[in-house]
Design a binder for this molecule. Sequence first.
Ligand SMILES: Cc1cc2nc3c(=O)[nH]c(=O)nc-3n(C[C@H](O)[C@H](O)[C@H](O)COP(=O)(O)OP(=O)(O)OC[C@H]3O[C@@H](n4cnc5c(N)ncnc54)[C@H](O)[C@@H]3O)c2cc1C
Length: 136
Amino acid sequence: MYAKSKICLDLEYSVFESDGLWSLPDEELLELARREIVELGLVRGEEVEDGTVVRMPKAYPMYGMSSTGQIVVLRSWLDRNLVNLQPLGRNGMHKYNSQDHSMMTGLCAARNILGAEHDLWAINTGADYQEEPHGR
Ligand SMILES: Cc1cc2nc3c(=O)[nH]c(=O)nc-3n(C[C@H](O)[C@H](O)[C@H](O)COP(=O)(O)OP(=O)(O)OC[C@H]3O[C@@H](n4cnc5c(N)ncnc54)[C@H](O)[C@@H]3O)c2cc1C
């Protein structure tokens, strides 16, 4: 039943199916998640009432090295033949963009339509990937 005093928290663990975490029993994963949100100071342990585990195979697209050359060909064709097309977002550019970069390409694309000259492909170029390996 809906109650204003409760909240649903979603914790995402990105793993390969070969990682131990993937096949950890649900109860152990829920206990790990409970421990971690307590450590983070989000809740007190006794406040956690229930949990559920959803395993989503193939959730994360892998950008193969061979696609880089193909993207160069596509980009150069688009530049020459569809000059008023604004490719943007993660799938629209087939680029390893985070949410903020994806949104930035959308904002800059809108400004381009209004006359600006942002290079959408330069957004996120050379940005460091900030997530550290789990080390579990
Ligand atoms: C598993 C996973 C975890 C991630 N974790 C993070 C994170 O922690 N932090 C972070 O910053 N980024 C994260 N990202 C990346 C982030 O999700 C993307 O960068 C961002 O969502 C891309 O936004 P977008 O608008 O380009 O594309 P999307 O969010 O993919 O939106 C595209 C939309 O278009 C719809 N669509 C597709 N084809 C059609 C069609 N033919 N007609 C109509 N609609 C269509 C799709 O259903 C979708 O709703 C994660 C991505 C994945 C897959």
